[in-house]
Design a protein around this ligand. Structure first.
Ligand SMILES: *[C@@H]1O[C@H](CO)[C@@H](O)[C@H](O)[C@H]1NC(C)=O
Ligand SMILES: *[C@@H]1O[C@H](CO)[C@@H](O)[C@H](O)[C@H]1NC(C)=O
Ligand SMILES: *[C@@H]1O[C@H](CO)[C@@H](O)[C@H](O)[C@H]1NC(C)=O
Ligand SMILES: *[C@@H]1O[C@H](CO)[C@@H](O)[C@H](O)[C@H]1NC(C)=O
Ligand SMILES: *[C@@H]1O[C@H](CO)[C@@H](O)[C@H](O)[C@H]1NC(C)=O
Ligand SMILES: *[C@@H]1O[C@H](CO)[C@@H](O)[C@H](O)[C@H]1NC(C)=O
Ligand SMILES: CC(=O)N[C@H]1CO[C@H](CO)[C@@H](O)[C@@H]1O
Length: 641
């Protein structure tokens, strides 16, 4: 049979190919069988799960190595468990703590072969490695063809899964202490993370070629780094030399390192809102709140996702570790304790117009007239926000995010006492005029204000019942407002007006209204004669708006953060004219200025309203579900969009 030139070339190449295959199988049969049967590798690994931790197990695997390793050079040695001398292998999602002395470096390696998650993934990873190698190791031998064939075949699987990312996060847990507490200028120097960017550099560190490694100096005790997991990742943590003149080096550095494929285990967010807001304080306690945890009241939150740390700003104990969850957990002045106790009581609270949930922290045992920083850390596995996808930052990991701190202060020992947990005014949670002698604790004082507002509320309710609420719209007092609107407006107004938001008389804020200035302070002294000469004759200054406060509580002189003016306008608009509510005009000489304050969006807290707190003035994201707040929060939003 005569073959055409084309056919004979085809025949020749088919025969040659077959010969190559036969030759290949003859020479390398056992090894190839092993390599083609890659699916089994993870099985071997599974049988021996503590395999990479244990020297013995490593040896038992090494015993298999000579079988194929020399004759199948396409696999990098690193994937079969060899570790360069001195580098500590790490498992994913397994936090590891370690001490490190100043001036030393500890090296780690994360091996691609240790990636769990089934054989398909394993093969992909291996295949990626193979592709990378073809750039560096030109395959000159005949088996190169076969490899290409195999490559194009397996390439399909490889493209189906994106290459994985390795997330490295390190937290400083301990650092050398100061020798003298008076040494306030210098904080202990930060650790450094070195990550090798080249397979040549298997022990990155201070002495290595800067071109083959990335250097990440810790920021306030925290470092994060992510890199594509296309090979073994070598990195190290290095402690700087520490001056023995300033620091006590007997306590070495201690850090916690975690590698993960899902996102950072520990991260920090310096850009977002602090996630924590100061509501109010008295001389020894303070209330902090998070923003809303859910977007609608149907989403039930059962576990508080945040942890709070509080530090007196004069205490330098957490300087240098403010972004480290591990460091804060050990060193913050107020932190959750091992025995479950804490000076911070936390709870979930549902409230506001939309009945959303927020987490609150009531912190006790604080010093008077002191400044504090509150820092929250969010356990993102407990947070709804992560699932809603609104959490910027580190992907989808179940990690801990540390946020910026919020500053707050306590009031001097004086009249103002923090109260909460009222029955009519459920949103009232701030310091009110009190008297430590007559009302030694907030519970008793809260009961006084609660009784008073309940009486007012009951009277109002009786009057409202005489108006035709249930009548058809045409017979109602208004086409747009009904009795529920009136009730709500009255409650908001009553709670803000009858329960004054108290500031100490020593507060320099010019916008606060002085009250009760003719009465003596608890220590028997009086307000400056010059002030009393000017204002003492005016009722708005010489008494409280609610005179029962002066009679029953006798708080002495104090200052009031006035209610927001819109509370009054809302009341007049929402309730029947027959009830006779009226507001003073802003032009009126004294009536307005001593009764209400105009909201000022340049101030964190310019007037009192239900749910008020020190929300940053530009906080458009804060979901304060309050009509009046909404009015001046929505305006900037409209301008932007
Ligand atoms: C209160 O002040 C004392 C003395 O200055 C200080 O030792 C203590 O740490 C302070 N406590 C808090 C919680 O700020
Ligand atoms: C990963 O690192 C790059 C810079 O190296 C950074 O831009 C990126 O935001 C990081 N990804 C995450 C999820 O943090
Ligand atoms: C709030 O008041 C109720 C009773 O009105 C009481 O049972 C509860 O313990 C109080 N909560 C706090 C935190 O004081
Ligand atoms: C609060 O003070 C009242 C007396 O005014 C007292 O009966 C009550 O036990 C006190 N409560 C606490 C928790 O100290
Ligand atoms: C009495 O208390 C007031 C306010 O707390 C304070 O300004 C004043 O200095 C005190 N006077 C004396 C003699 O302690
Ligand atoms: C009332 O306050 C406004 C600004 O808030 C001020 O301009 C005005 O002078 C004040 N009036 C009186 C009588 O104090
Ligand atoms: C990763 C890599 O270097 N791939 C190369 C493998 O070889 C082919 C052909 O030589 C190149 O086109 C790829 O870029």
């Amino acid at each position: 049979m005569q073959l055409s030139p084309l056919q004979s070339r085809l025949a020749a190449s088919v025969i040659a190919s077959c010969l190559v295959v036969v030759l290949y199988l003859f020479l390398f049969a056992p090894q190839f069988a092993f390599a083609a049967d890659l699916v089994q590798i993870p099985d071997i690994l599974d049988q021996d799960s503590p395999f990479y931790d244990s020297e013995d197990a490593m040896e038992s695997f090494d015993a298999r190595e000579p079988l194929y390793e020399p004759s199948f050079p396409l696999f990098d040695r690193s994937i079969i468990g060899r570790v360069s001398d001195g580098a500590n292998p790490l498992d994913a999602d397994n936090p590891t703590q370690r001490n490190i002395s100043p001036g030393s470096t500890i090296a780690y390696v994360f091996e691609v072969a240790s990636v769990p998650g089934g054989s398909a993934q394993e093969r992909d990873t291996l295949y990626e490695l193979r592709k990378r190698l073809n750039g560096t190791q030109k395959s000159a031998e005949g088996e190169g063809d076969l490899e290409d064939e195999l490559s194009s075949h397996l390439d399909l699987t490889q493209r189906q899964t994106a290459s994985q990312t390795l997330y490295i996060s390190v937290n400083t847990c301990d650092q050398p202490g100061r020798i003298s507490p008076d040494q306030t200028t210098m904080d202990p120097p930060q650790l450094t993370l070195f990550v090798s960017t080249s397979s040549e550099n298997t022990s990155p560190g201070p002495g290595e070629d800067q071109g083959t490694q990335n250097i990440i100096v810790f920021d306030e005790g925290a470092a994060t780094y992510n890199t594509s997991l296309d090979r073994d990742i070598y990195f190290s943590i290095s402690a700087p030399q520490v001056s023995e003149k300033y620091f006590d080096t007997t306590l070495p550095y201690n850090y916690e390192v975690t590698v993960s494929l899902n996102g950072y285990h520990y991260s920090y967010d310096s850009t977002a809102q602090p996630d924590l807001y100061w509501v109010d304080s008295d001389a020894s306690s303070s209330l902090l709140t998070t923003r809303n945890l859910n977007n609608n009241s149907e989403e039930v939150i059962s576990t508080p996702p945040y942890v709070v740390f509080v530090q007196n700003t004069e205490n330098l104990g957490i300087n240098g570790i403010r972004k480290s969850y591990c460091g804060l957990k050990r060193w913050a002045q107020i932190r959750p304790l091992e025995n479950g106790g804490s000076q911070a009581t936390m709870g979930l609270r549902q409230g506001g117009d939309a009945n959303l949930t927020m987490q609150e922290f009531y912190i006790t045992g604080l010093n008077a007239s002191a400044n504090y920083t509150g820092i929250v850390a969010l356990n993102s596995s407990l947070s709804l926000r992560k699932r809603q996808g609104s959490d910027s930052g580190s992907g989808s990991s179940d990690g801990v995010v540390v946020y910026n701190g919020v500053n707050f202060s306590t009031k001097p020992n004086g009249a103002c006492t923090f109260i909460f947990n009222l029955t009519v005014c459920t949103e009232t949670r701030y310091a009110v005029p009190g008297n430590p002698e007559k009302f030694p604790n907030g519970t008793a004082l809260a009961a006084f204000y609660d009784d008073y507002t309940r009486t007012m509320w009951d009277n109002f309710d009786k009057v409202l019942q005489q108006t035709p609420c249930e009548a058809p719209p045409t017979q109602r007092y208004s086409l747009v407002r009904d009795c529920d609107d009136c009730k709500q407006a009255y409650k908001d107004w009553l709670c803000s007006v009858a329960i004054p938001r108290c500031e100490d008389f020593s507060s320099p804020d010019q916008d606060l209204q002085m009250r009760n200035i003719n009465a003596p302070f608890p220590n028997g002294s009086f307000v400056d004669q010059s002030i009393r000469d000017v204002f003492g004759g005016m009722k708005a200054y010489s008494s409280s708006r609610n005179t029962e406060i002066d009679e029953k509580i006798e708080p002495g002189p104090y200052k009031e953060l006035l209610p927001c003016d819109y509370l009054c306008y809302e009341l007049v608009k929402s309730c029947p004219a027959s009830m006779g509510f009226a507001c003073p005009m802003p032009g009126s000489k004294f009536g307005f200025n001593t009764s209400y304050a105009v909201p000022n969006k340049n101030k964190e807290l310019s007037c009192n309203y239900p749910g008020s707190a020190y929300y940053p003035s530009a906080a458009t994201v804060v979901a304060v579900s309050w009509m009046g707040m909404a009015a001046f929060i929505i305006v900037p939003l409209l301008l932007v969009s």
